[in-house]
Every structure is written in C-alpha cells, then in structure tokens.
Write a protein that binds this ligand. Sequence first.
Ligand code: GLU
Length: 290
Amino acid sequence: MSAGRFAPSPSGDLHVGNLRTALVAWLCARRSGRDFLLRVEDLDRVREGAEQRQLDDLVTLGLDWDGPVVRQSERARLYDAALASLAGRGLVFECFCTRREIHDAPSAPHGPPGSYPGTCRDLTDVEREVRRRERPAALRLRARTDSFAIEDALHGTYEGPVDDLVLRRGDGAIAYNLAVVVDDAQQGVDQVVRGDDLLSSAPRQAYLATLLAATPPTYVHVPLALNAGGQRLAKRDGAVTLADLAERGIEAFGLIAASLGLTGATPADLLAVFDVTRIPREPWVFVPPA
Ligand code: GLU
C-alpha cells in the first residue's frame, strides 16, 4: 500500500495554516493515487473536544480520508514492540540527564548546539544502578551516525543532524519521534506532507525508520503560515479558525486555495491542476480580518 497522511495533535483548533497543510497533504496523496490517512497524535497535549472539532473542520474544508481515524493513544503495543526490537539489537540506552544537565554540558563534537552530549551512553552497570535510584531513566537511541539525508519535494536532498534522540521519556511516555516513525511504517505511509517546522526532525526520523527496517518516506515540508509580525500564526492572532472566519462571513477555502496560487471551490476542483513543486516557497503571511 502507498499512502499519505495528515497527523494533527489535538491540542487546540486548527488554524488556516494547519488547514492549508492538510489540503496540500490531501492533494499530494490524491494526485499521486495514494490513500490518504488521518492519524490523531494524542500522546500528549490533548485538549478536550479538540479532536472532534479538527475532524469536523477537515470535513467542512471538503477533505476525506481512507479507513478509520487512527489514534496514537491506542497503539502503545506497537511502540513497545519497536522499542524492544531496537533494544534487542543494543540500540537503546538509559539516560538519566535532566534538561538542565544536557543544556549545561558541552555539545557533542559533531552535534548542533543543544544536542545530546552522550553523557549516559557508556555508563557502567554500577553507575546505572546508582543513577536509577535518583530518577527514572529516559530511553535514547544509540545512533550510529551523526547525519542523514532525506528527499523533499520542496527542499531537494536535505541532510541534517541525527543525535541520540529520546525514544521514551523518563515519565514513561513514548516520544513523538518514535511514534511517528512506527506509525508511518506500519500504516504504509510513503509520503509525508507537513509543516516545515518539522524539516529538521526529518533526518533523525528517516534514520530511525531504516533501523526499523522501513524505507523512509518522501517528504514535502510546507512553508508555515505567519502573522503580520512574522511569527508563527496562532490563535491569539485573532480570526484564524474556520469558525472565526465563518462568523465574519468569510469562506476560508478560497483564501487557502489562493494562498497556494490556485482557484476553486472544493479540493476536487484543485486536483487537476495541482503541482506541489509550484506552491509558494515563502511562508504565507495571513492577516486575520478585524
Ligand atoms: N502531530 C504533529 C503536529 O501536529 C505533526 C507530525 C507529523 O506530521 O509528522 O505538529
């Protein structure tokens, strides 16, 4: 199977920038004859009622998807199995560092600033015993490379850093980077379309996919929507959701299509002319109506 997907976190309402990315993801999938899947990334940051409002907004926009909505909160067994498989091959280690300790330590020789300095990578059994009494360990990947290249329809070949990323946090929660890779592999997702704030995470995710015997997907990292001040668009910027805009008599679909250089009243209208390589490379500056 070959599929694309949209994978929102139900932490609040989708704004026009998120909806625009969802539309591009749908167009990329449908245009290439792929299935389009919807996955709710609800491992943390869940706001009551947000999931249903997000799904309703996607339907209002005219998007459809194949199969049932998948929720990460219902897939713990898959993540645990992936962790066990990595651990069985010596690719996981316990890490006891606090954020502050990582921040204060000198960076790893090849890593970008702030990347994990390798503090707990080679603890002895005795050292680990001592530290286990201090706090619960996070589990990190024992990465065997410090960079990896991905293919992106808008960014070309993009090479970026890979570090010993967290797979399971100290509080036991599965890390987003592990869940997203396991899910995409298990769901047959071979095309990942999402906001370009995640471009720098793609190399480590693609590398992790190879360790789980999956072929990394091809990527489309879509420029974000910004407010008039050049910051990432957010709810506090005013009328940015479908409901806010509808209240002001504004039909969001046309605005979103226009921001992609397209005209039409429904997603299907855009399909015939859609070419992802021609969408604007700059962020979309959205000034909400008063
Ligand atoms: N759940 C992530 C978000 O809403 C997106 C993850 C992804 O598309 O890989 O930012």
